[in-house]
Design a protein around this ligand. Sequence first.
Ligand SMILES: O=C(O)CCC(=O)C(=O)O
Length: 262
Amino acid sequence: MGLNVSLIQMDISFGDPKANYEHLKELFTSFEHTKPDVVVLPELWTTGYDLTRLDEIADKDGHNSIDFLSNLALTYNTNIVGGSIAKNVNNQFSNTLLVVNQAGKLIKEYSKAHLFRLMNEEKHLIEGNENGSFTLAGQKSAGVICYDIRFPEWIRTHMLDETKILYVVAEWPKPRIDHWRALLISRAIENQCFVIACNRIGSDPNNQFGGHSIIIGPWGEIIAEAGEDETILQAKIDINQVDEVRNTIPIFKDRRPDIYRL
Ligand SMILES: O=C(O)CCC(=O)C(=O)O
């Protein structure tokens, strides 16, 4: 089973949702010809990390972004792992991943479980307590956000029910891009799954972001990797490889949760 995935590694205007909607709309026009099965966006792509102005710029109940992504999904007949947005529910703000299917229906929302203190998230956002599991394009999948990948036990939690694809959406800073690559490759090898990870490029007043969006196979091999420019990273992945790897080294059968400490 082949799946065409496209990652939009984009720059993001700081605190300017209108500009970011326009920019993304423009980037999507490249899909008039390529017809991906799944398109993936980065973290907080509507606002960037403008956390001190969330009361003005966070999306009320996510309505604008959900409508926007739903229209894109219908126009381009594609599934969208819609990165994350700053969502405002009764003036409480979350960093929330949106997944919209080909029919334009919102099928999953996941709010970042691990807030990143180095970028003050815990001062402005509430953390999510639900998992990021969903089925998209017929595949058991999970979606997590940026710092979440530093918590292998959280990723493993998603993998225990035969999940085959891990989507990661991020605004990962350039100075730690080596961590980004190493962590993602490790999550792919230890869970024997595809890792499809979309980062942003560019900078905001506090950080420079590192790009290097990446598609990794269940054996840990890099299938495609972007550099530091704005780009759309594309690859066709063969989902059957997950079962092949899991049959070769059956780590899910060999686990010893009876002796592990959580
Ligand atoms: O863990 C890191 O080094 C980066 C995490 C991050 O930038 C985020 O969660 O937004």
